[in-house]
Write a protein that binds this ligand. Sequence first.
Ligand code: IVH
Length: 722
Amino acid sequence: MKKASVKKTGVKKAGVKKAGVNTDTARPAARSVGIADLTERQAATELKALAVEISRHDAAYHGEDAPTITDAAYDSLRKRNEAIEKRFPGLKRADSPSKKVGAASATGFNKLRHTVPMLSLGNAFTDEDVKDFIERLRRFLDLDADETVEMTAEPKIDGLSFSARYENGRLAVAATRGDGAEGEDITANLRTIKNMPGFLMGEVPKVIEIRGEVYMTKADFAALNAAQGTKGGKVFANPRNAAAGSLRQIDPSITAARPLKAFTYGWGEVKGMDWKTQWDFLQSLKAWGFSVNPRARLCSSLSGMLKEYRKLGEDRAALAYDIDGMVYKVNRLDLQRRLGFVSRAPRWAIAHKYSAERAETVVESIEVQVGRTGTLTPVARLRPVNVGGVVVSNATLHNEDEIARKDIRAGDTVVIQRAGDVIPQVIEVLMAKRPRDSTPYRFPDKCPACGSRAVREEGEVACRCTGGLICPAQAVERLKHFVSRNAFDIEGIGEKNITGFFEDKLIESPADLFTLERRAGRAKLTAREGWAEKSIDNLFAAIEQRRAISLERVIYGLGIRQVGQATARLLAQAYGSFGAWRKAMIAAKDKDSETYRELINIEQIGESVADDLVAFFAEKRNGAILEALARELTVADFDQPDASGSPIAGKTVVFTGTLEAMSRGEAKARAQSLGAKVAGSVSRKTDLVVAGFGAGSKLKEAAGLGVKVLTEQEYLTLIGGK
Ligand code: IVH
């Protein structure tokens, strides 16, 4: 990578944008004629149309982080283009998509020229395609039938590729792929990624360009989107777009605040070192301090490769991050060198793709749900459709602006996408299939549950019901939150029961749970459908068990806007007791008071959270709820962590699988109180993985990284009932 004559790309931006916006409605070229039947004239016309269409999709994908067609449709366009060129080599155009990789940069970054071009990969969609690929390369190398070719099988990470140049072991400069020849200078941004070393460990080459993929985990993506939604920021369509959007920020402090990670797998220019195999190179990457995907394998046969492909496919949904295939690479570098490149891709590697977890279906209606703090969230009710093995019948539409931007209407045929745990999303409306009589969706100006006015505060994307405590939908959602796992964790009272109890006025506010037995007695409950003596016993016992509860669970359980588990813990830690906390929150109403200043001084609690706390306490009925709770509960004072002598103080712990003796939330809290950091995914920084029942991919990752794994029982023994 070399700095190109500091060239900003602002001019290109307008052109790319226009192309991207129009793709939704663009008419695809007629592709009904089989390739064998094409006349030379038809072929020339189609190649021209394909060049325009593919470059437009490239621009939308790479330039704007906003793909406008499915990956499968895009791949089939490229495949057809290549097949026509194969039949009519003389018609290959100067602007043929087969000569290009992606689009030129479209933002205001400086450009960097790649010393060694960043190429792409050929695709295989079936086992047969992989077999052909192996046969092709064996023929090319003229190998005897009994000679095996070892191949690596590496997950194909669905992120954003980068090249990072290290000089004498120090990160010097980094770029995105761009069009393969020239990318954008993202040095400052890449430096903010925690698992990208600034300095390499051990023996290092004089110069090495490391190539890999920046990505965001599915969980981090969901959390980022939720936070963006509340802040009125950009909501991303999928983790890849979120990673790309976060990496390509002019201000690196924004990138730093985003949960980006990187996996590395390749190299560009190298001076002063070499390897014999791809596998050895992957080991060097780890030794230097990079993250290498723990699912990479070395295979010695086609059947071995296909087995790994299928195993990874089975685990795909459970992986923490999105993958879209398996990349097979010839392991021996001397063979790689002999094989070389063809067009835009190496002959020694291929990407075996998984079918995209996307599907087409119809939006039957658009409904608005009311959340516990009054946020109105539009939801598309879909004609049920199977997406990657899961039947999907709802998709989130995020907010009013998102519906308007995509112009989603009832009756529309849409492409939906499901990525692991992420709530299904509508990716695109298929305009050609829109019914003639369709009308744009109008967002309600009243709460669908209580009829109160719905308003949008300035600068916010979320529309809120102003009904507050009179809104039954909000009340039910608050109750559901109160009994949920990380709050009061009351077993035996599911979401459905809460709604039923609320409608029958048996439980209207949290404290009612604790007076239920006194007020309603057994008779009233046994009369209800589905409630046998035994389940009533269990419910009452579960409620009784929670009368004695920790302060942080109570604070979290109240469902105050912006007060999640972490904030609840901070508050509990800061105020110590239920009484002291309540007193302080009431006194904090006066913004000039010492109490208010103390509140906003707590690390990670800003004015916005403080204002929501004050607003909650200013509401008379909330005061009454707290009074009633105080009468019923025994709230334990916050247990200040005494990390001295703790065997896990300062260690990073990951919990996985189902734990028996405690909930995940509790396990986390206990570990934190013993001075440990709790992480969601396994990395080199993990010291300990605690594996419960049914633990899967994290366990394998731990094994791959050599991280210590304990059963729940062993862990409990280690912390010695602390
Ligand atoms: S190897 C010569 N390995 O997929 C190109 N690529 O569709 C060598 N990718 O451009 C690429 N995971 O951005 C390789 N384990 C992996 C990968 C991977 C993701 C991306 C990469 C590449 C694209 C090709």
